[in-house]
Design a protein. Structure first.
Length: 366
């Protein structure tokens, strides 16, 4: 076989090299056997000592290697078959764990061995001893603890996958100008109901700046309030706010730009603008309406329920009075005109719910 011939050549060469090295180490003792005059002679400039080392050591070592090669090859093949059978009996993950443990053990042994290598006499052997000990410990520990190690890596992978999925599934919440000026978005963010990243388009910021720089005092105050709300969300509440620098020069209306951006990044628009809400829904962009949220969290009022209200003014229709709940909900009281400026008991007759708000109709309790 080709493998046998290669192994035989390698073993013979190794034994020849070993014989050469040993003979070179023993060359000082040749002076006691062979005359110094003969050893001082040279052939082609090469000392006779070197020639004898090569001839005697190399030839003798090569002969020994040639004679012992069949025996060594046989036992080497038997050993390799034994190792192969043992590995076949072991699960693949145990083999990998053992190999990893061996590598770690050898690294530790090398680091510790270098610190003891300067010790006289035994210093050269300490790294070998450490390699055997820590290599064995590395294999043994990793195989026994393979389940714990596997669970540790699985937890790392799961956390990494969760972070990746979270990043991939992150949906931006796009604020429009009206909801920023309104200010309630800051309170909602503070409660933690808004998750993910708050996205502020650059064109919304520019519109806020224009409003804040307006010559009209009311508009100027509204714009500055909006900028203060953004600053509060970003710095005081610790919400992740991102400024998007994309602008759409082919569109003039800010609302249309918001819808375009929402479709582009698959984000949700947060607004309290009824018209923007409807346009966004028609074009397939998700909308979170602050007014709808406000209405949803208001106390539920059902027909027949009694309540006490303060009638503040006349209604539009003859005989009607108008009152308000603490949350600002309007109550139209039939025949309540005569009770303007008074606190009366009323009975709820119906409730009108719209995206713009809620209106309660009631009548005076007899």
């Amino acid at each position: 076989m080709v493998l046998d011939k290669v192994l035989k050549f390698v073993i013979t060469a190794l034994m020849a090299i070993i014989g050469l090295v040993l003979m070179n180490l023993l060359s000082p003792y040749l002076k006691t056997i062979i005359s110094a005059e003969f050893l001082s002679m040279g052939i082609f400039g090469v000392a006779m000592t070197t020639v004898l080392s090569v001839l005697l050591g190399g030839v003798i070592g090569g002969i020994i290697g040639l004679l012992t090669a069949p025996f060594l090859i046989k036992h080497l093949l038997l050993f390799s078959l034994w190792v192969e059978n043992q590995l076949n009996k072991m699960p693949f993950h145990e083999v990998i764990a053992g190999a990893g443990g061996l590598a770690i053990g050898l690294v530790i042994a090398n680091l510790l061995g270098s610190a003891f290598s300067q010790i006289p006499i035994i210093g050269n052997y300490v790294p070998v001893i450490f390699s055997i000990i820590f290599g064995y410990l590395g294999i043994n520990i990793t195989i026994k603890k393979r389940n714990e190690i596997s669970a540790l890596f699985d937890s790392f992978n799961k956390n990494k996958e969760k972070q990746k999925d979270k990043k991939n599934n992150e949906q931006y919440k796009i604020l429009d100008t009206s909801v920023i000026i309104d200010g309630r978005i800051a309170d909602i963010c503070k409660t933690g109901f808004i998750e993910g990243t708050i996205l502020i388009p650059i064109f919304v910021l520019e519109e806020l700046q224009h409003i804040a720089d307006s010559s009209d005092a009311l508009k100027r105050n509204r714009g500055r309030r909006g900028l203060d709300v953004l600053n509060n969300i970003q710095k005081e509440l610790g919400i992740h706010v991102k400024i998007d620098n994309r602008d759409f020069d082919d569109i003039n209306e800010v609302d249309s730009k918001l819808v375009r951006l929402g479709k582009l990044i698959n984000g949700k628009i947060i607004t309290n603008d009824y018209n923007l809400n409807k346009v966004s829904e028609i074009q397939g962009v998700s909308v979170l309406n602050i007014n709808e949220l406000s209405n949803a969290v208001k106390p539920v009022v059902i027909p027949g329920e009694e309540m006490t209200v303060f009638v503040v003014k006349d209604g539009k229709e003859p005989g009607q009075g108008v009152a308000y709940l603490d949350d600002g909900t309007m109550i139209v009281v039939e025949d309540g005109r005569s009770a303007v400026g008074e606190t009366i008991d009323v009975v709820v007759t119906s409730v009108l719910q719209t995206a713009a708000g809620r209106m309660i109709f009631a009548k005076c309790k007899n």
